[in-house]
Design a binder for this molecule. Structure first.
Ligand SMILES: [Zn+2]
Length: 535
């Protein structure tokens, strides 16, 4: 049985752009538990008050499956173990499982701890022995193990033996600098197993500085490792930790290990997006298994092949991990993409003539600079407009945007007014904004929210501007891509193109809003059916 040990909440938060509040950590822990992670490392209670607060909160939460662990260092030489503040904080955190890290590399013992090699062995052994009396399970993280082994093999092995004597249940071999390549890693794991015997349980903790943390973790399992540590989306210091969203499906789907309840594997993609969301990070669309583009097909030949047999260009069935196949509409492809796309969205392409018209329109629009990849909502609107199944949600009467600058040392003042008509009622609104697009967006929403109150739940998630023909200087063509998001986490992209950036933005904004209502009419549910309710 391979156990998964998640350290997103501890090592993951060492990443420079990630910071989680205690409540955020509790939400992520619940989600990891629902997914079926065996161990969730909550933090280092002895090192900061935020982690201590997490342990207080998580005690009140009933987890179904996972065990929460606390992390900490071995005692300081001058403290007796039962009086060492760091060890006491772990005991006080109330966990039943603890992970203690210690030094395996002789150079670190002498240069960083300033103690003798023998003193370090003693510190490892009695720190663990002290915790052993309070814990159901005890893990020892051998920091810098692989580098230490390469420099002084005998000493690195002696630290592991000291940990075993202290009562460690699992020894975790750490590549803290992330520089060890997989083949070297497996050689050292084999040497450790020969030395300690097969009855000793080993774990692995890799950092991704050589971009081989996933590969190394998988190989380590092949070489007898029984616990794999990592983080969701590979969060972590520098280049990150071993990415569990790749390790888990590889172990389960390809290597035949039963690491996660098979019914839960389809929650992987939503778990990955959820953690990004809470950490306020943009989801990496190219992330293997879980990214939005992980099963996206663009080239015409690929698309027609995938339609016949998905195995031609997909390494696994995307639904196994809760992802889905996407076919991109682009001028690289032909008729088959459009037809596939329409089928995917349950869109009627109408009569033969209407289908031809849609194809022609897309070609013309792409000539002008439109791009429908990432703007599937605009594509759907285009199809519905052409096949006569589009009903505008308002009548456009006009807009005006004013940018006034009165003083050299002050930012300009921007104001937009919008006039629309809904069911014979004319609405005329004005708003100021950070810039012309912001002001226009606010004025438009103000006008529409009167008729469509739940528009408040639709947020502009991303706004991208691209200049297409830079040789034309300031009269260049501008393409605007907007991503909108609703309260259910549904996202949709829209596009606008014009020589005028305000006009391009307006087109994309309008499509984004209209799509929400067109979408509601169809009652189409885009969320993965196995997506658990968010707590
Ligand atoms: Zn680490």
């Amino acid at each position: 049985m391979i156990k998964i040990y998640d350290t997103t909440l501890r090592d993951g938060t060492q990443a420079e752009d990630i910071s989680l509040l205690a409540d955020d950590k509790v939400r992520i822990a619940r989600r990891l538990d629902a997914f079926g992670i065996h161990y969730i490392e909550g933090g280092w209670p002895g090192s900061n008050p935020k982690d201590f607060s997490f342990f207080n909160k998580i005690r009140e939460v009933e987890l179904k499956f996972a065990k929460v662990t606390a992390f900490g260092s071995t005692r300081k030489l001058e403290n007796r173990p039962e009086q060492d503040p760091n060890l006491l904080a772990i005991i006080e955190s109330g966990v039943q499982v603890a992970t203690i890290f210690g030094k395996s590399w002789d150079f670190h013992v002498i240069d960083a701890l300033h103690i003798t090699l023998d003193e370090n062995l003693l510190v490892i052994e009695d720190s663990l022995a002290c915790l052993k009396r309070h814990m159901e399970e005890l893990f020892y993280d051998a920091e810098h193990f692989f580098d230490g082994f390469k420099q002084n093999r005998e000493y690195a092995l002696a630290t592991l033996k000291a940990a075993l004597k202290g009562g460690a249940d699992t020894l975790i071999l750490c590549d803290t600098n992330g520089g060890t390549l997989p083949d070297e890693l497996t050689g050292i794991i084999e040497a450790v197993r020969r030395e300690l015997g097969d009855e000793v349980t080993l774990g692995i903790h890799l950092h991704n500085d050589s971009e081989t943390a996933v590969a190394g973790s998988l190989l380590a399992v092949r070489h007898g490792i029984r616990q794999v540590q990592g983080t969701i989306n590979g969060f972590g210091e520098r280049c990150g930790n071993a990415n569990l969203t790749s390790i888990i499906p590889n172990l389960q789907v390809k290597m035949g290990y039963n690491v996660i309840n098979p019914d839960n594997l389809c929650k992987l993609a939503s778990l990955s997006r959820y953690v990004d969301e809470i950490a306020n990070k943009r989801h990496n669309r190219h992330q293997p298994f879980v990214g939005r583009s992980a099963f996206a097909h663009k080239g015409g030949i690929h698309v027609s092949a995938v339609q016949k047999n998905p195995m031609t260009y997909e390494h696994i069935d995307p639904e196994l991990v809760g992802n889905r196949r996407r076919v991109l509409v682009s001028d690289l492809s032909g008729r088959s993409n459009i037809i596939y796309k329409a089928k995917e969205y349950n869109l009627d392409l109408g009569t033969r003539e209407q289908t031809e018209e849609i194809l022609k329109k897309i070609k013309d629009l792409e000539e002008q600079g439109f791009q429908f990849e990432g703007a599937e909502a605009s594509f759907e609107l285009l199809v519905k407009k052409t096949t006569g199944r589009y009903r505008p949600i308002f009548k456009f009467l006009g807009f005006r945007v004013n940018v006034n600058k009165f003083r050299f040392d002050r930012p300009p003042l921007t104001e937009a007014t919008v006039m629309i008509e809904v069911d014979g009622v004319i609405e005329h609104t004005a708003s100021v904004g950070e810039g012309p697009v912001d002001a226009l967006n606010k004025a438009l929403r103000k006008a529409l929210e009167k008729f469509y109150p739940d528009l408040r739940n639709v947020k502009l998630d991303d706004y991208k501007v691209r200049i297409l023909s830079s040789d034309r200087g300031t009269s260049s063509i501008t393409r605007v891509l907007i991503e909108s998001k609703d309260e259910h986490g549904n996202k949709w992209g829209t596009v606008g193109v014009s020589t005028n950036i305000i006009e391009a933005s307006w087109q994309a904004l309008i499509d984004g809003i209209e799509y929400k209502y067109l979408h509601q009419d169809d009652n189409r549910d885009e969320i993965c059916s196995c997506d658990p309710d968010d707590q």
